[in-house]
Design a protein around this ligand. Structure first.
Ligand code: ATP
Ligand code: MG
Length: 487
């Protein structure tokens, strides 16, 4: 299929409109790379020789995105949910990099080649017009074929202009499964310290993209190899060569990377990927020689603290760092498999939080795979899931009723005593039999009637009610077991 057919209508329309008005206009950057590599582009960028105010005149709804002349064109087709805005940026030249972060000056350029020259890598420095012509002065297409990340121009110059590009290089290796060209790689090795100048937020965003790529393990291995992993976390590398013994085939570093890779293979979300990566981060500092093997007592407690610090330093939102820290803190819980009781499961659900319990199970699965052991025995896994479901559900109890003991005493003048308990249980039985009866109105009236009965009559009804509640409880648990295919 022609690559033009893969371009959304609105993007073609904007490009065509610019051309019709006598300007040049091209798709550029990541979207061209992705189209040529047969991947789905994440966003669509257009570059043009039209200046911002000329761009704005051509489209009914636009606004400025940043100070670099980028105009956001709003898609007026409200039925198009996928693409709300398209960025149109005038050709630019950037100059005078002095702080290893951003240019001193940005000027508009006359021709496309000047704009392509400022871009970081050859695969990101291609432009495509709406007739399918590709402008590729740096042979990005060859590098796509050879799966190579190569800077436009001298790598040392380009990395000292903007040090973040070193991390971007690694991110593209992880996202595209590419390798770094030799000079590019060497330049990173020699200039890694420049990353000190880059804000934690920008580092975090690239780190997230590495984690969310298909090959996060590879990404972090390359980051280590070229000496920039320390800008993400000093602690990860300390796991290298930390043998664990026991069921573990790998050192801590390899184990963490394998756990992380499993979360990517399963397409799991960021928090779970982070927790898998950091779950044993406390091992190197807690390792002690036991009688027969290494011990790591308290590594999950120490590790949780370390994780919190790493994520806070990288300016992760509090919500994310709290969740990940909890997952690391409690990841050891399920280690003891055969003897797990409901009350133990209830405890862990309370500690990690109902909303996090299934994530914890995912971290556990990743941990296990990262150890080199096969997947959890499916029956046992289903049993865990059933136990969690059982403790998560609201138990059948008089607490479900739309009336309580105090209200009944108020209404009837009855003193505290066993009779109130009988009445509540009898009401519960009736509600279990017919849930529509669970209204304050009905229960109030019925409670008054029951209060008139003598002890003997109530006792008989109460016995029936208890049996009914026990039966219902059994049935609910049976349903959960059926759902998980366990006995
Ligand atoms: P993604 O798929 O993540 O969107 P992308 O290549 O589109 O990847 P963006 O950050 O969206 O990356 O940037 C768009 C384009 O701008 C890049 O393809 C590249 O040409 C250029 N670019 C972005 N950041 C830099 C940078 N730090 N230095 C040089 N060029 C850059
Ligand atoms: Mg992009």
């Amino acid at each position: 299929m022609s690559i033009i057919k893969k371009i959304p209508h609105i993007v073609l329309h904007i490009t065509q409109t610019l051309e019709n008005a006598g300007f040049e206009a091209y798709l550029v950057g990541g979207c061209v790379r992705d189209l040529l590599y047969d991947q789905k582009p994440k966003d669509w960028d257009i570059t043009t020789n039209a200046h911002p105010e000329k761009i704005q005149k051509l489209f009914p709804h636009t606004f400025y995105e940043n100070t670099y002349g980028t105009v956001a064109v709003v898609n007026d087709d409200v039925s198009d949910e996928t693409l709300k805005i398209v960025e149109v940026t005038p050709y630019r030249i950037e100059g005078g990099y002095t702080d290893n972060r951003h240019p001193e000056t940005v000027t508009f350029a006359e021709n496309l080649n000047d704009d392509l020259q400022r871009r970081d890598f050859t695969i990101n420095a291609m432009a495509l017009d709406i007739r399918g012509n590709i402008r590729d002065p740096y042979h990005g297409q060859d590098d796509i074929k050879n799966k190579t990340i190569r800077t436009v121009g001298k790598p040392t110059d380009r990395f000292s202009e903007d040090a973040l590009r070193m991390l971007r290089a690694i991110r593209f290796c992880a996202e595209l499964d590419f390798v770094m060209e030799k000079n590019t790689e060497e330049a990173i090795l020699n200039n890694s310290q420049l990353l000190e100048k880059i804000s934690k937020e920008r580092i975090r965003d690239e780190f997230i993209k590495i984690l969310m790529s298909d090959k996060p393990k590879r990404g972090l291995e390359i980051a280590h190899k070229v000496g920039i992993l320390r800008f993400i976390s000093l602690e990860l590398e300390k796991g290298i060569g930390i043998d664990q013994g026991g069921i573990h085939t790998y050192d801590v570093w390899e184990h963490l990377l394998r756990s992380l890779q499993h979360t990517a293979d399963r397409g799991w979300p960021l928090e779970i990927r982070l927790a898998a990566l950091f779950h044993d981060i406390g091992k190197p500092v807690t390792r002690k020689k036991g009688e027969t093997k290494w011990t790591f007592y308290g590594h999950e407690v120490v590790g949780a603290r370390m994780t919190q610090k790493i994520l806070t330093d990288l300016k992760f939102p509090k919500k994310i760092s709290e969740k990940v820290t909890k997952l690391v803190r409690w990841h050891m819980f399920f280690a003891d498999t055969e003897t797990l009781t409901h009350s133990a499961v209830r405890r862990i659900v309370t500690r990690v939080g109902k909303e996090n319990i299934w994530s914890l199970m995912d971290v556990r699965a990743a941990d296990r795979i990262g150890t080199g052991r096969p997947k959890e025995n499916p029956y046992r896994l289903r049993k865990y899931h059933a136990m969690i479901d059982e403790v998560l559900r609201d138990p059948i109890s008089v607490g479900m009723l739309k009336v309580d003991g105090r209200k009944i005493m108020e209404m009837t003048g009855e003193k505290p005593g066993p009779k109130i308990g009988f009445i509540l249980r009898i009401l519960l039985e009736e509600v279990l039999e017919n849930p529509t009866l669970n209204t304050a109105e009905y229960l109030n009236t019925r409670a008054k009637e029951l209060q008139q009965l003598n002890e003997k009559e109530l006792l008989d009804l109460d016995k029936k009610a208890k049996d009914k509640a026990a039966q219902e409880e059994q049935k609910e648990i049976g349903n959960i077991h059926k759902k998980h295919f366990i006995r």
